[in-house]
Design a protein around this ligand. Structure first.
Ligand code: PEP
Length: 259
């Protein structure tokens, strides 16, 4: 049986508004799911409102950020440091999301520095890795994943981590990887983590699947041995849909009472 607490992360990307945040958090916080960790990654301007509402609602939903500066502070116009995020009680931050690799030219060197900055601030990075459709078709999945891990973890004193496996072709496409295929890859990822983490840490690290997860398929992922949660984009925007998805996850991870 899995001992890792399931983690469901909502990634709003560049969507939302203050009003949407108020409605969403009110609805999602009303759902009591004590055995699961839920995180909302909002665009940065909404972090203050998120902190305020979490306190007012005594919400179990944790705060997440979609980005962090590679720099710890100083003359870097437009950047937001890990220390600033922690002032807003950010517990998790995405690093290396494929949309940032693709559209914002984020480099491996920036990702390494982001990890370090987050570890220094006591925030858990959610490191996103995943191959493209072409790499997948050409059988390069494991080579690509090992490279993506090595380029940020080699030579580091690695700290707390969540890994998110997100095949690029499954993100926002409505074409998720099957839960069985994802499980096979997650199992290999857990083995790969042994290069940087102790055996006990490898068992503790949560590995999420991301890519067109919705309320219909979420439970099937969580039923796999090495899938510990999901990273959800479009399926997280509406509170009703997100609640239904979390409900499915809760059912999938709750052991059935003996007959
Ligand atoms: C994501 O934002 O990481 C993601 C997986 O998006 P979607 O659920 O829309 O595919």
């Amino acid at each position: 049986m899995k001992t890792r607490t399931p983690l469901v992360m909502a990634n709003w990307k560049q969507h939302g508004s203050e009003a949407a945040l108020t409605d969403w958090l009110t609805s999602v916080s009303a759902m009591d799911l004590p055995k699961m960790c839920r995180v909302l990654c909002v665009p940065l301007p909404y972090l203050a409102k998120l902190r305020q509402h979490r306190a007012e609602l005594q919400s179990q939903v944790q705060a997440g950020s979609q980005l962090v500066s590679a720099f710890c502070g100083g003359a870097y116009t437009g950047e937001v440091s890990a220390a600033m995020l922690s002032e807003f009680q950010v517990a998790y931050t995405l690093v290396g999301h494929s949309e940032r690799r693709q559209w914002l030219d984020e480099t491996a060197s920036a990702r390494r520095s982001q990890l370090n900055a987050l570890w220094q601030a006591g925030i858990t990075p959610v490191l996103c890795v995943g191959e493209t459709a072409l790499e997948h078709q050409q059988g390069q999945t494991f080579e690509v994943l090992l490279r993506q891990l090595s380029e940020v973890l080699d030579g580091q004193t690695a700290g707390s981590l969540v890994l998110a496996y997100e095949p690029v072709f499954a993100i926002g496409s409505g074409k998720p990887l099957s839960a069985q295929s994802a499980q096979h890859i997650h199992q290999q990822l857990r083995l790969m983590l042994g290069r940087w983490y102790s055996a006990a840490d490898c068992q503790r690290i949560r590995i999420l699947y991301g890519g067109s997860v919705n309320k219909q398929n979420a439970g099937e992922y969580l039923r796999q041995d090495d899938i510990d949660g999901v990273l959800v984009g479009s399926g997280s925007l509406q509170a009703g849909g997100f609640n239904a998805l979390c409900h499915t996850v809760a059912q999938a991870v709750t052991p059935l009472a003996p007959a």
